[in-house]
Design a protein around this ligand. Sequence first.
Ligand code: FAE
Length: 527
Amino acid sequence: MVALQTAATLGITRINLQAAQAAEPDAVDNAPAIVIGSGYGAAVAALRLGQAGIRTLVLEMGRLWNTPGADGKVFCSTTAPDQRSMWFRTRTEAPLATFLWLDVVNKDITSYPGVLDRVRHQNISVYVGRGVGGGSLVNGGMAVTPLRSYFTEQFPTVNATEMYDTYFPRARQMLGVNTIDPAWFESTEWYRFTRISRKHAQNAGLKTTFVPSVYDFGHMQREAAGTATKSALAGEVIYGNNEGKRSLDKTYLAAALGTGNVTIQTLSRARGIRRAADGSYVVTVDRIDNTGAVVETKEYGCSYLFLGGGSLGTTELLVRARTVGSLPALDATVGTGWGTNGNVMTGRSNHLWDTVGANQSTMPVMGIDDWANTANPVFAEIAPLPTGLEHWISLYLAITKNPERASFSYDAASDSAKIGWTAAQSAVSVSMAKKLFDRINSANSTIYRYDLFGNNKTFADDFTYHPLGGCVLGKATDNYGRVKGYSKLYVTDGSLVPGSIGVNPFVTITALAERNMARVLAEDAAP
Ligand code: FAE
């Protein structure tokens, strides 16, 4: 319903991305505006530029995900991953290492530009989406607006009234955010795992709250009723959803292409940025094939350059440009203020009578909200673990108020940026999450699971789904994402968020990009 309203508001129906993409790619060597990446921030930039009548080229390193494989599906499921699952790997690298200490989670696959990447830094791995739609292709769809007080704490220079009255509602509407029918939630077998975790939280005196989603709950109910093809109810999530998910290719990017001014070029990885004598930008791009080989290196020129490669992608481009001297005037704060949004995962073992159900929806709909506890602020998503078997496990992704931040440095040998995050910085998140889950275990006489994360670890402290920061708003950029030291160069993604936002971040990233684009288009001269 929301999707239809969104489409109607925009005056579009579903756009055939492939047809639109085929129209131009090789022809565009210069465009007035270039957007790097096609995740949340990039998609907002592309749409608003296109609507303003500005011809815009989007460069995305991943694939366009619209072609069915031999099984008739575009994406593979988490339980039967194949080459489509991960970005140039020969074995999947899922967040859960093992199950019952058995190496049954990860599978050998053929190397291919798959949809999920795990970018390994020394003490932290960062999961990111690859493809047209970025993280929206692989994420859990939780569409959470941050607590206003914490948003203000993190963004003291941003007008919160404007954000909460205009830009958050705009982002939610455009993304197609909807909420689960509480009556269905209470009765369906697919959310028994959530109800059990809610009961255990409540036994510990903790508050739970429903969280909205961009997964179409009408579709999900039809999946349950057997009248729609199963996706969320068929183990599909981190390697993509074939049905029901309103990923960016169906919302912002479809609308952007619908303006007729936007072209998306895939398998195109931006590597270098420099400024030409006339003040325009030149982007060096490696075009890759399905083996990852660079088939062409090409330069693209533009007057206005928007960086939407995500916290890792954008920060790497700028840190590299500053270090190699192609954008030497970048501020010293570029590459700083990076954090994990305090992410840490854990699992609890339930009593035999507290079954979580063999059938679990992959879309989380509830969180344990203890953010108001100033001594130990935590928001913990109740996460699914869909295996098709009863396993008595309650799984969580906790977001803790970890104040630790790290910086990027450029490593010439690998031509990449490295994050200087330490194990001690992850330990801060673990200790906060542990305080919350110790309370829950103690109230329910339950224990942690030791079999899920390798080395008998009870907390997965070595990865994040929520990389944030690196080019923080008001530090590396002005108050609207304009990069300090360079006019007409903009950051429009999660790198603007200072390391933590207290909830799942894509609604904030989208709303902030909407706010910044409104200002930039009003104030900066049109190309
Ligand atoms: P992002 O969506 O990461 O997009 C960046 C894009 O740029 C990608 O498509 C890259 O391939 C591309 N790119 C990067 N570098 C280059 C380059 N040099 N040249 C060309 N292209 C490039 O950026 N958040 C929520 O709010 N709710 C959730 O339920 C949730 N669940 C998640 C589950 C998983 C498994 C993961 C991985 C993330 C989850 N997130 C969730 C996080 C969310 O997806 C993430 O914050 C946003 O996607 C970040 O948006 P950006 O616009 O910053």
